[in-house]
Design a protein around this ligand. Sequence first.
Ligand code: DX5
Ligand code: ZN
Length: 216
Amino acid sequence: MIISPSLLSCDFTNIEKELNYFSHIDNVWFHLDIMDGHFVPNFTLGGPLAKQIVSKTKLPIDAHIMVSNPEFHGELLKDTGIHNLTFHLEATDNPLELIKKFKGYFKSVGISIKPNTPVSSISLEVLKAIDLLLIMSVEPGFGGQSFIESTYNKMNDVVTLKKNHDLSFMVQIDGGVNNLNSTKLKDHGANNLVAGSYIFKDGPSNYEKKLESLRS
Ligand code: DX5
Ligand code: ZN
């Protein structure tokens, strides 16, 4: 299980310190939310800051772009050194074309669906092409929201599809993840959990404990 602390909830004024608290732990990716103030009603950061963050850690950076024009933002991020780029299915008419393009820029490419987007709206061609599927378990835009329970039904659909078509993409869950739902999420096929407020809210002395509690 890969755990991805969502940097949206960390202390950005001490970013290097925050990243270092996790540097000795295995199977950690940092989740970096990139929002354009249009696809979602919030705004975060872009390429230059993403590049600086990448330079401060050896751990992989996983960018989740919540933007209306993923092609434009993907271009801006291509030389930042981020490991994975995930864009939203709802933001494009040509997901397959974009995946192919981004595969030339990033080691790993993912697609994400919002809570009201059914798994059936992702074509088999897209499922075959991705490295990661991000199922949003809250409406994208803000940390600290409550987990939406219907996510489990979507995960069941994904498990069936993966089995029937012998697909190997990673299943990432983002939003409202904590120690009370992590086991159930794992049992429903998750192999990457993103957690922001749960990991960061009680300060650095609890980060590792919190992270391990999501794996157990
Ligand atoms: C929300 C972001 C999440 C967010 C999760 O749009 O995509 O990554 O940081 O925060 P928590 O874990 O607090 O729900
Ligand atoms: Zn995210």
